[in-house]
Design a protein around this ligand. Sequence first.
Ligand code: NAP
Ligand code: FE
Length: 367
Amino acid sequence: MDFKFRLGTVIYFGKDCLKINSDELVNIGNKALIVTGKSSAKLSGALDDVIEILRKNNITYEIFDRVENNPSVENVAEGSKIARSFGAEFIIGIGGGSPLDAAKAIAVLCTNDIDPSELFTNIFKNKMLPVICVPTTAGTGSEVTPYSILTKKDISSKKSFGNDETFPHKSFLDPTYTESMSYDLTVSTAADTLSHAIEGYLTKRSTPVSDILALEVLKIFGESIGRLTENKIDYELRERLLYIAMLGGIVISQSGTTIVHGMGYSLTYFKGVPHGYANGVLLKEFLRFNYDYAKNKIDNILKIMGIKSIDDFGKMIDTLFKRKISVNDDEIKTFSEILMKHPSISTNARKVKFDDVMKLFSESLRG
Ligand code: NAP
Ligand code: FE
């Protein structure tokens, strides 16, 4: 039982948690840069709530609302220039994983005179600006992880940075802000949570504490499948989805993810598949591939989710995530070559060879 457990974020969870705990936004700084995507911060109601608190407390702010989905290194560099010229003293990320990850990168670039490509060295001389996160999706758990995952065009993929100092300072998790998500976005982001729990539980870097949390995610996810499939998504289910997204984030803060995420990055980069779906479609074959090497754990996953077999797990995924992704042989080869260079390859329970990856892609996407 040799492990490290790290957490760095104060979490407020529940309806109106931002308004109720508005004092927690005061005394961090006098100038805030709000980091968001194009429209969802507003649509969810979170942006208005944040602005109201800032105004009441005479905290000046600027808004950088140009965060792309799956933000690139260039995109966060642009945000950091704006933050620096404004003189931001703290950063508030509002949105899905993309704005929250961008907020962390901007916070590091504001206090460190480094080229944005050096973010991935994970060595930062100065502490980053404090980051406040307000999630509007329920999936990435970015609001409680130290990671920032950025699109890196030179490797045609995504790469993450993060160390013990890059956790968000405080996060406000109000399920109400996720109510404006479409059904597809709800399901796709929930698939990300599922993937975090399964990968976090099966990776070589899993820990006893993260395993407990991963199993709790899987139990609650299992209980929610019926309502998700039938599109009966009420506030209580939104609350559960945000709760397990947060737990999943704590899991991967300890364990990291593994090849499902590594493989999914290609589906996002080359085929535009949303992050959660990209992971979801790969999970069944991932379980099959690892079964003989992690039999007890995979049996536990199925049992706690109330699913009889890996085949039935696959049926559940097919019902929930109907999206079809078409890929040709050349693409599968390219994606597999990229994965073989990705760090996730070393953390999978079973040793991964190039032919295995080709097969995993092929069977996941072509049946
Ligand atoms: P996202 O890329 O942040 O957002 C996807 C889309 O959903 C955007 O168009 C966004 O609109 C919209 N949206 C967000 N909240 C909404 C709401 N409440 N109502 C309606 N639309 C809404 O999606 P995500 O899946 O949450 O995040 C994916 C990113 O997180 C990826 O880059 C992934 O690599 C990263 N990630 C990070 C971690 C981590 O530990 N840091 C873990 C897993 C994944 P706007 O553009 O207007 O905002
Ligand atoms: Fe993820």
